[in-house]
Design a protein around this ligand. Structure first.
Ligand SMILES: C[S@@+](CC[C@H](N)C(=O)[O-])C[C@H]1O[C@@H](n2cnc3c(N)ncnc32)[C@H](O)[C@@H]1O
Length: 511
C-alpha cells in the first residue's frame, strides 16, 4: 500500500492539517459520464486506473477505492503527515487497491504507467508556477489515450473580489511566522472588517460579503487557501492556453449545468450563441462573475463535440437527486403512477413527455434507472419514437436537458443502492471507520455528508451485517429513541429508511 517514502522537511500542510473530503465532481463516474456525453470513450469506472496529484490525506481516493475494488488508485502528496494519516486509515480498511506516495508530483516513478483518470483538486492555484506547469505536464504524460483529467482552480473575474480580502489578510499577518498566531490574527481582522456596524458604502457590499465568507472557514482552509503566500487565480482563457501548451484540450466542466446557459439573460445567450465554445465559456465567466472552475481535460488529438447524439446515452443511468434544505433532506415526493392505458398525444402538451420521464426517474429513487429502461417505457408511451434507435432522440433531449438544469443526475456507473434496509443491514466498513474518527461520511454516490445526530451515529456503528432488528434494538439499549413519541422499533426503522434514502446502504449481495 505504501509508495517510496524519501525523508523530507515538513511542509506547511504538516504543520496545520487540511481537511480533505470526497469530492463527487472528481469521481471517475462523473468524469466518464460527461466525457461520454461529449463523444469520448472513457474507461469503465469499475475497472480503471486513477491518479490524484496533491491528494492530501487521500480522503477523496479512499472511498473510491473502497467502493470500486477492481479499480486501482494512486495518490501523491508532498506533505508527510497527511500521507501517513491516509495510509493508516486505508490500512484499517484493508484496501489493497490504493497506494499513497509521499513526494513531489513532478517526480512520480515512471513504473506507475498510464491512468484513465487524473485528478488535481485544489492544487493548481496554490502552487508556484513551476509546480503548476509540472502538474499539467504530468497529466499530459500520464493520461491514457482516452483518459480524462480533472483540474480545479481559482478564476477571474470573481477572484478579484476575493483577492481584495486576501491581500488585506496577508498585509495584516505579514511577518507572523507562527501558524496559530497567523490564523488568530486573520480572524481578528475578519471580525473587524466584517463588523456589521461598519457603515455601508456603495462599494463595500462585495468586501463585506467576502469577509463574511471568510468568517465561516475552518482553520485549515483559512491558513492554506486564504493566507497562502501563493494563491494565483487565472482567467479561463489563460488556463486553456496553458493546457494546450502541454498538448491537452478543454473538454468541459465537472458541473454539467455550468456548461448550460439557462442562468444568464436571454440577451447574453443570444450573444454567446455565435461564439466558439472556448470564447463562450470565457464570456459565461464574465456574466457569472465566476470564481472557481472544475475543468475536465483530454488529449488534444481527440475530437469531443457538444452535439446531442442519443446513442451516447445507451450505457448511462438516471437518478433523481436528494434535495436538501436548511432543515435537512427533502426527498422527492412519490410520483403519481402514469396512466399507460390512455397516453396523451405528444403534441397535446409539450411537457407531458418530459413529465412522464421525470415520473419514471422519481419513482425509481433512491435507485437509479437505466436509460435503456426509460427508452423502453418511452417507446411504449410515445409511439413515434425514432425507428430502431436504442435511445429515442426526444428522450435524449429530455434527459440531457434535465441534467443541464440540475433536475436529475446522469451516471456512467450505478452502484447497487438498496431500496430498503436488509434483514441484517450493513452500512460498510468505510462509514463505520469515518464515524469513529469524526462526523463526515461518504455515501455510495461519493457524496460527503455530516452525521452529527447521536442516535444515527450509535446505530451506524452497529450496522455491520451481523445484526437483525432484534439484535440492533438490544444493542442500542433502552435509551435509544427514548425522547421520541414513537416506539424504539419505529425509531429504528426511521433511521434505517434515512440511511437508505441518503444512499448509505447497498443492495444485499452487492460487494
Ligand atoms: C489545498 S491542498 C488540497 C488537498 C486535496 N486535494 C483536497 O482537495 O483536499 C493542496 C495539496 O497539494 C500538495 N502539494 C503542493 N505542492 C505539491 C507538489 N509539488 N507535489 C505534490 N503535492 C503537492 C500539498 O501538500 C497539499 O496537500
Amino acid at each position: 500500500m505504501n509508495g517510496a517514502t524519501p525523508s523530507r522537511a515538513p511542509t506547511t500542510y504538516d504543520e496545520v492539517p487540511y481537511a480533505t473530503h470526497a469530492n463527487v465532481r472528481s469521481h471517475p463516474d462523473r468524469l466518464a459520464t460527461i466525457a461520454t456525453l461529449l463523444g469520448l470513450t472513457p474507461a469503465p469506472v469499475t475497472r480503471c486506473r486513477v491518479l490524484e496529484l496533491g491528494c492530501g490525506t487521500g480522503d477523496n481516493l479512499i472511498p473510491m477505492a473502497a467502493s470500486l475494488p477492481a479499480s486501482t488508485f494512486i495518490g501523491c502528496d508532498l506533505a508527510r503527515d497527511p500521507i501517513a494519516t491516509g495510509r493508516a486509515f486505508a490500512s484499517k480498511l484493508g484496501l489493497s487497491n490504493l497506494t499513497l506516495i509521499e513526494g513531489d508530483l513532478r517526480a512520480l516513478p515512471e513504473s506507475l504507467g498510464a491512468f484513465d483518470y487524473v485528478i488535481a483538486h485544489g492544487v493548481y492555484s496554490w502552487v508556484p508556477a513551476d509546480v503548476r506547469d509540472g502538474m499539467l505536464a504530468v497529466i499530459a504524460d500520464r493520461l491514457a489515450p482516452n483518459g480524462v483529467g480533472f483540474v480545479s482552480y481559482n478564476v477571474y473575474p470573481g477572484c478579484y473580489e476575493r483577492r481584495m480580502a486576501w491581500e488585506m489578510l496577508r498585509f495584516h499577518v505579514d511577518g507572523i511566522t507562527d501558524p496559530l498566531q497567523r490564523i488568530a490574527e486573520a480572524r481578528a481582522l475578519i471580525r473587524l472588517i466584517g463588523d456589521p456596524a461598519n457603515r455601508e458604502q456603495p462599494n463595500t457590499a462585495g468586501l463585506r460579503y467576502e469577509f463574511n465568507e471568510l468568517a465561516k472557514r475552518s482553520d485549515g482552509s483559512l491558513y492554506h487557501d486564504d493566507l497562502s503566500p501563493v494563491n494565483d487565480p487565472v482567467w479561463f482563457h489563460e488556463f486553456v492556453a496553458h493546457a494546450q501548451s502541454h498538448g491537452l484540450q478543454y473538454l468541459g466542466e465537472a458541473e454539467f449545468p455550468m456548461m448550460a446557459d439557462t442562468d444568464v439573460a436571454p440577451s447574453v445567450r443570444t450573444a454567446l450563441s455565435g461564439m466558439d465554445r472556448l470564447a463562450r465559456e470565457q464570456y459565461l465567466d464574465f456574466a457569472r462573475g465566476r470564481r472557481f472552475r472544475q475543468t475536465l481535460l483530454c488529449h488534444g488529438n481527440l475530437a469531443p463535440d457538444r452535439s446531442l447524439v442519443p446513442e451516447r446515452l445507451v450505457g448511462l443511468h438516471a437518478l433523481a437527486p436528494k434535495l436538501t434544505s436548511e432543515k435537512g433532506p427533502i426527498f422527492p415526493a412519490p410520483s403519481a403512477p402514469r396512466d399507460d392505458a390512455a397516453p396523451a398525444e405528444p403534441g397535446d402538451d409539450q411537457l407531458a413527455d418530459a413529465r412522464g420521464v421525470l415520473n419514471d426517474i422519481t419513482a425509481a429513487w433512491p435507485q437509479p434507472i437505466a436509460v435503456l429502461k426509460l427508452a423502453e417505457r418511452f417507446r411504449a408511451q410515445w409511439k413515434e419514437a425514432d425507428g430502431d434507435a436504442r435511445v429515442p432522440r426526444r428522450l435524449a433531449e429530455i434527459l440531457v436537458g434535465l441534467y443541464g438544469a440540475a433536475v436529475i443526475e446522469l451516471h456512467a456507473n450505478a452502484p447497487a443502492i438498496a431500496l430498503e434496509a436488509a434483514e441484517r443491514p450493513d452500512i460498510g466498513a468505510l462509514v463505520r471507520a469515518q464515524l469513529a474518527e469524526g462526523s463526515r461520511v461518504t455515501n455510495l454516490w461519493h457524496e460527503t455528508m455530516v452525521v452529527d445526530d447521536a442516535s444515527a451515529r450509535q446505530l451506524a456503528a452497529l450496522l455491520d451485517g451481523t445484526r437483525d432488528r432484534a439484535d440492533l434494538l438490544a444493542a442500542l439499549g433502552p435509551s435509544f429513541g427514548a425522547e421520541d413519541e414513537r416506539t424504539a422499533a419505529e425509531v429504528l426503522e426511521h433511521y434505517l429508511r434515512q440511511f437508505v434514502r441518503l444512499g448509505f446502504l447497498g443492495s444485499p449481495g452487492a460487494s
